[in-house]
Write a protein that binds this ligand. Sequence first.
Ligand SMILES: NC(=O)c1ccc[n+]([C@@H]2O[C@H](COP(=O)([O-])OP(=O)(O)OC[C@H]3O[C@@H](n4cnc5c(N)ncnc54)[C@H](O)[C@@H]3O)[C@@H](O)[C@H]2O)c1
Length: 294
Amino acid sequence: MKIEDVKKVVVVGAGAMGRQIAMNTALNGRKYGYIVTLCDSFPKAVESATAWAKEYLAGRVKKGRITQEEADTIASRWTVSLDTDKYVPEADVIIEAIIEKLDAKRDLFAHVSQIAKPDALLATNSSNIVSSKLADVTKNPERLCNMHYFNPALVMKLVEVVKGPHTSEETAQLAKAFAAQTGKTPIILRKEIPGFVANRINAAVTYEALDLLQKGVASVEDIDTACENGLNYPMGPFRLMDLTGIDVNYLVRKDRYAESHDERDAPNPLVIEKVKKGELGRKTGKGWYDYSKK
Ligand SMILES: NC(=O)c1ccc[n+]([C@@H]2O[C@H](COP(=O)([O-])OP(=O)(O)OC[C@H]3O[C@@H](n4cnc5c(N)ncnc54)[C@H](O)[C@@H]3O)[C@@H](O)[C@H]2O)c1
């Protein structure tokens, strides 16, 4: 498959990521005229993604980012459906963004790869499951890779294209070209590694920030201030953890430690304490900072 041949795109999983990846394709790739179908196996997700898309496009028009005519064109190329089997056989690019469960993803790729065109690009948006865990059930696994978008996918520019041992160079280049044509800034990882590039670098920064706090070197506020004012980070590591959830940091570390047995991957004791207290960040009103009074 060549990038010029890509016309029809199917995104499977209409949750937080899938709907934005699909809309990003339709909106930021509009000059290429992509026909985008967003599929989900749950009627509620289809309903909610349909309403969200309508509202999102209306919002873009209201803000003057696109014209009403452009919104109408995008809407005419956009479908949300429960019927994955109807749209997959015609698709040139298929991006999976379903729940983060290996068995569910393996079932999906086993089925989708059978009914898809033999050279359609198959990508998983998983943050943690590398595509080689799906390769043995996938027909023609040379066209399979990770395409890791960041949340929110309509805003964040980076896409990490990750090559497994089964992924052909042609596939990686196609995924890269597709990401670029839909307004993203792609990079290629030539090897699979847990956490990929950006999240690993972020994990290393978070590790150091927690270590400095634990050693009593500086306060939460001062460590964030150092990163924001000395390194120009948009947000310090503690503020970011409060936003994404301290429990997420805990769970990712726990999984990584179980796999690597490397002490540097284990959850920090201060994080364990926060999780035990239920102080998980903004969503609980308290984390490293107190949001209850705001
Ligand atoms: N949320 C993030 O910050 C983020 C960032 C990057 C990557 N990811 C990855 O994206 C994927 C999706 O994450 P999310 O946050 O959008 O999840 P989500 O729970 O918001 O959405 C998952 C969607 O998949 C649907 N679904 C479940 N099983 C399905 C199936 N068999 N067929 C079709 N649809 C099915 C669900 O109905 C739901 O709408 C995960 O693999 C995750 O690792 C998430």
